[in-house]
Design a protein. Structure first.
Ligand code: CA
Length: 227
């Protein structure tokens, strides 16, 4: 099911979008401002973000830039700003498409389908087993890690963490998601576990654990692996 995050501060329009998208089988989440949008996107990564630019707490272009740092979602701007310069600014910030208000619902749905197709087409092949970075190699299938020619032993919990991060390579994985997947639903608030285990992983795999190149922390939100 395609997951869509609708970011819109006008309640009637938000409601209309939510009803129309749900009726067409989309998994819809909503956010009334930029801060909520970023938190929702981090907690449950959307496939597509429908984004208004005029938001009460921050400019939509800043939401785009922030999302682009860690999200692979396709971003479709839905805005009353209609000059080419305004469109160029949003596209340069990292938006994938742009539709002006007032919009035709059928056109918006068509653009949304196109955006969803692009995201699905760009998803990495499931089952990427071997990950190579300039510093270390991880074979998820054989459960072997090597750094500078030496075998590195990882504990089962460390392997599980690595698996979840590598499966989501390039995107932010929220603290809750990691805790739930690795330790189970009853541990979803034990963020201290994550700090301890991520520090161990960095000591074992990063050349300079204090300045990680592959296992990044997004303070208060989660972690991201970059090969
Ligand atoms: Ca607005």
């Amino acid at each position: 099911m395609t997951r869509v995050l609708v970011v819109e501060d006008e309640p009637p329009l938000m409601r209309a979008l939510e009803i129309n998208l749900k009726a067409r089988g989309y998994d819809v989440e909503t956010a009334p401002d930029g801060a909520h949008a970023l938190r929702r996107a981090a907690a449950r990564p959307p496939d597509v973000v429908l984004l208004d630019l005029g938001l009460p707490d921050m400019d939509g272009n800043d939401v785009i830039k922030e999302l682009r740092g860690w999200s692979r979602a396709s971003i479709l701007v839905v805005s009353a700003r209609r000059t080419s310069q305004e469109k160029v600014t949003a596209l340069d910030a990292g938006a994938d498409d742009y539709i002006t208000k007032p919009f035709d619902m059928d056109e918006l749905l068509a653009r949304l389908r196109a955006a969803a197709r692009r995201v699905k087409a760009g998803k990495p092949a499931v089952g990427t087993a071997v990950v190579e970075t300039e510093g270390f190699t991880i074979d998820l299938l054989a459960k072997k890690a090597r750094r500078e020619g030496r075998d590195i032993r990882l504990t089962p919990t460390e392997w599980h963490l690595v698996e979840v991060l590598v499966r989501n390579s390039g995107r932010l994985v929220s603290q809750q998601q990691l805790l739930q997947e690795v330790w189970g639903p009853s541990h979803s608030t034990q963020t201290n576990y994550l700090r301890v285990y991520m520090a161990q992983l960095r000591r074992k795999l990063e050349a300079d654990p204090a300045h990680p190149r592959h296992f990044f922390t997004a303070p208060g939100m989660g972690y991201r692996f970059a090969p």
